[in-house]
Design a protein around this ligand. Structure first.
Ligand code: HEC
Ligand code: HEC
Ligand code: HEC
Ligand code: HEC
Ligand code: HEC
Length: 212
């Protein structure tokens, strides 16, 4: 049933406001696409700060360029991983500088005999088996092949955790290799391990080589 008004021509101002609404819709659509594009990685990853900053460069210089006073292989072949207070106390029972991070380190950790809960950028999910001995001693690989130039870094970068899986964003791959870059590149994961294995050993290995 048509009323009289249906048959009347649409007034000019109504047509104009139709366009205005359409233009606003377009702007809104574009804006939400752009913000989604930019915001999504920020939604997926939450940023955590390391408990204190650490300057690898000055410490590596203190150690004559060596890493193994802090990262070493134990007699049983296992890798010590992140250093404990035992590797720091010889120098840091008393302040070595005016650095606020050193102050915090001494007050909150050394004096309380409490280990620093460093976050591990390269940390793998618990189902993955990784052996430093096989790569560093066995295959004679440099630390930097996998970790980038961390031994030369002067400051710790942010740690990014995937909100869904709870794993480090750097699990493996380009993020690790591009240490120091503000934006992380494409993240290669399991395939990075397998690709190198294929190249170096001629086989990608079976699942149980890397999985427990
Ligand atoms: C004076 C002790 C000290 C020396 C020497 C030292 N490190 Fe470290 N290293 C640390 C501490 C403390 C951490 C934990 C904080 C951090 O992530 O940097 C660490 C962490 C690391 C990590 C972090 C792994 C991850 O994924 O979180 C790598 C890789 C590393 N060191 C490589 C090196 C290399 C390569 C050298 C030698 C060129 C070196 N370190 C020398 C103290 C040291
Ligand atoms: C051989 C002695 C020595 C050892 C061992 C040592 N440090 Fe240092 N550390 C220094 C010196 C020297 C400075 C001051 C460097 C400067 O200001 O030029 C320093 C500075 C620092 C600072 C402030 C600057 C910065 O951001 O790194 C922190 C934090 C620190 N050390 C933590 C550690 C931790 C953690 C360990 C053990 C894993 C450690 N140090 C082992 C000598 C040492
Ligand atoms: C083949 C790649 C590779 C090489 C080479 C390598 N790393 Fe790692 N590193 C890793 C991976 C992967 C992890 C995470 C291990 C995990 O979560 O089980 C790791 C973890 C670490 C950690 C964190 C603590 C731990 O053990 O979980 C430190 C510190 C570290 N590496 C230092 C070094 C140093 C120093 C060297 C050279 C002597 C080195 N890495 C060589 C891949 C490598
Ligand atoms: C850049 C090259 C490279 C990368 C990256 C790499 N590996 Fe390896 N991996 C090797 C080589 C070379 C060997 C030694 C093979 C051999 O001895 O036959 C090896 C050996 C192994 C072994 C066998 C150790 C043993 O004792 O049998 C395991 C497990 C392993 N890798 C796991 C991993 C995992 C997990 C990753 C990724 C987080 C990874 N690898 C990344 C090169 C690499
Ligand atoms: C060369 C080492 C390597 C081999 C071989 C390998 N994986 Fe992985 N895998 C990894 C690493 C490292 C991760 C963690 C990084 C990631 O999520 O990609 C992973 C992650 C996974 C995950 C996700 C687990 C989680 O908790 O997120 C699954 C599922 C998986 N692998 C299944 C397999 C299967 C099935 C095979 C055999 C066809 C296999 N993998 C062979 C190294 C390997």
């Amino acid at each position: 049933m048509s009323t009289q008004s249906d048959n009347q021509p649409v007034p000019a101002e109504n047509r104009a406001s139709g366009w205005v609404i359409f233009v606003f819709f377009l702007i809104g659509l574009i804006a939400s696409l752009i913000s989604g594009w930019i915001a999504f990685p920020n939604l997926l990853y939450s940023t955590k700060q390391q408990p204190i900053d650490f300057n690898h460069k000055v410490h590596v210089e203190q150690m004559g360029g060596q890493c193994n006073s802090c990262h070493f292989f134990r007699d049983d072949g296992s890798f010590s991983g992140q250093p404990t207070l035992d590797e720091c106390k010889s120098c840091h029972m008393y302040p070595m500088s005016n650095d606020p991070d050193e102050k915090k380190f001494i007050e909150e950790y050394v004096k309380k005999d409490k280990e620093v809960p460093w976050l591990i950028y390269a940390e793998q999910p618990p189902c993955v088996f990784f052996s430093h001995a096989a790569h560093v001693n066995g295959a004679e690989m440099e630390c930097g092949t996998c970790h980038g130039d961390i031994g030369q870094s002067t400051s710790l970068r942010e740690y990014q955790e995937n909100r869904i899986t709870g794993y480090s964003r750097d699990i493996w791959g380009y993020g690790m290799l591009r240490i120091g870059e503000a934006r992380h590149g494409r993240r290669h994961k399991m395939n990075d391990c397998a690709e190198c294995h294929l190249k170096e050993t001629g086989s990608k290995g079976d699942c149980f080589q890397c999985h427990k």
